[in-house]
Design a protein around this ligand. Structure first.
Ligand code: ADP
Length: 400
């Protein structure tokens, strides 16, 4: 089966055509600047319909007469309703649209993508795969915030969790690697990309996760703060910062970028590894790594804060799952940054975790173990593949 996987943003449309059985990508691409004027000229791609025409032309060019069998959409927010991928009809599209207030940047874009496909290929089956769905198994004690009830009943304020498609896929692969049925698998999954989240998996199901009402809560991320004392917002509000400025501050100016001066893990690790003799005092700006402009002291500090936060979550989730059988690293940083993995695992000695430096240093696209034989809990690296997961879920629903 050929599945077109669509990840629709407000001004971009990312697409892949996958052969599900072969696990192969036949083509992929990105249409950008949708609806954005270019200087004085009108937008080259005025809307998602026009973006789809570009995709259609590429499909024709690469696939010739082969047709895609269905479309799988990545949808960020499924609210409380969607616990699984669903076949899309008008009512489902409207339900996704009703969740716009909970994901104002993402869900409206997904709806635009769905409607553009419906208009162009009305008979093509479409499936929505939700980032929140895997976390619908969270027990109430994990999804409730300790605030008055009306915040939940009137505004839907609760923990939803995100990155679910990735966490579920990786949990499945981890169980397979351990030779364990997935519904007996207990583990901690660490999805560390630009956005980052940890999930506690018990009996194959998500029982807690670090992102909350929005993808801002939890770990230190590329540009997001993760957990902070909520009173900081109150304090800054009283200083006159408005909601948009606070949103920017915590979502786009914080995290590794705010602490270390870069949101790129490679840059930070290189800067922090600069010879100590050259390291300036905190705050000084000479001695920065040539080319990166990043101060080694700030880079090191950012890595330490991020790794410490992550290690605390691993400890907490080891408890939440009643004893993890594995700690699993995935996504851009988790799959590639051996120095960051080492920094995290160094702090997990109390759990009997012991990294094997040689295994950790291996660069590979394969799922693998990076802990010693004696490590009480195995540490795994498992490449995530959200597009393949979306394509598989789509194929399964369409064939059913
Ligand atoms: P997204 O959340 O945008 O999908 P990714 O999963 O692609 O993000 O992860 C992006 C992060 O992965 C960046 O911080 C980047 O520095 C890091 N990363 C990517 N490749 C490497 C690498 N080879 N070594 C270290 N970090 C890497």
């Amino acid at each position: 089966m050929l599945i077109l996987v669509i990840n629709s943003g407000s001004s971009s449309l990312k697409y892949q055509v996958r052969d599900v059985e072969a696990g192969e990508v036949l083509l992929e691409g990105l249409v950008e600047r949708i609806g954005l004027p270019q200087g004085d000229a009108p937008a080259a791609v005025p809307d998602h319909g026009a973006a789809l025409e570009i995709v259609a032309a590429r499909l024709h060019e690469v696939l010739g007469d082969r047709q895609v069998d269905a479309v799988g959409h990545r949808v960020v927010h499924g609210g409380e309703r969607f616990a699984e991928p669903v076949l899309i009809n008008n009512e489902v599209t409207r339900a996704i649209e009703r969740l716009n207030p909970l994901a104002p940047l993402h869900n409206p874009a997904a709806v635009l993508g769905i409607r553009a496909i419906t208009e162009k290929w009305p008979h093509l089956p479409q499936v929505a795969v939700f980032d929140t769905a895997y976390h619908r198994t969270l027990p109430e004690k994990a999804w409730r915030y300790a605030v008055p009830d009306w915040l939940y009943t009137h505004h839907g304020i609760r923990r939803y969790g995100f990155h679910g498609t990735s966490h579920q896929y990786v949990a499945g692969r981890a169980a397979a690697l351990l030779g364990e049925p997935v519904d007996e698998f207990n583990g901690v999954i660490l999805h560390l990309g630009n956005g980052a989240s940890a999930t506690a998996v018990k009996g194959g199901a998500s029982v807690d996760t670090s992102m909350g009402f929005t993808p801002l809560e939890g770990l230190v991320m590329g540009t997001r703060s993760g957990d902070i004392d909520p009173s900081i917002l109150v304090f800054l509000g009283r200083q006159g910062m408005d909601a948009d400025a606070l949103d920017d501050l915590l979502n786009r100016e914080s995290g590794l970028l705010g602490l270390g001066g870069s949101n790129d893990m490679r840059t930070l690790v290189e800067a922090a590894e600069a010879p100590a003799a050259e390291a300036p005092d905190a705050g000084a700006d000479d001695g920065a790594v040539p080319g990166s402009g990043v101060d080694p002291v700030r880079a090191q500090r950012a890595l330490e804060v991020a790794a410490y936060r992550l290690a605390k979550y691993v400890g907490a989730y080891h408890v939440a799952v009643g004893g993890a059988q594995a700690v699993v690293f995935t996504a851009g940083i988790g799959e590639n940054s051996s120095p960051f993995r080492a920094l995290v695992c160094e702090q997990l000695g109390a759990l009997g975790i012991e990294l094997d430096p040689e295994l950790n240093a291996i660069r590979s696209k394969e799922a693998r173990t990076i802990s010693t034989r004696g490590s009480r809990i195995p540490v795994l690296v498992i490449p995530t593949n959200e597009e393949q997961a979306i394509a598989e879920a789509t194929a399964e629903l369409v064939q059913a």
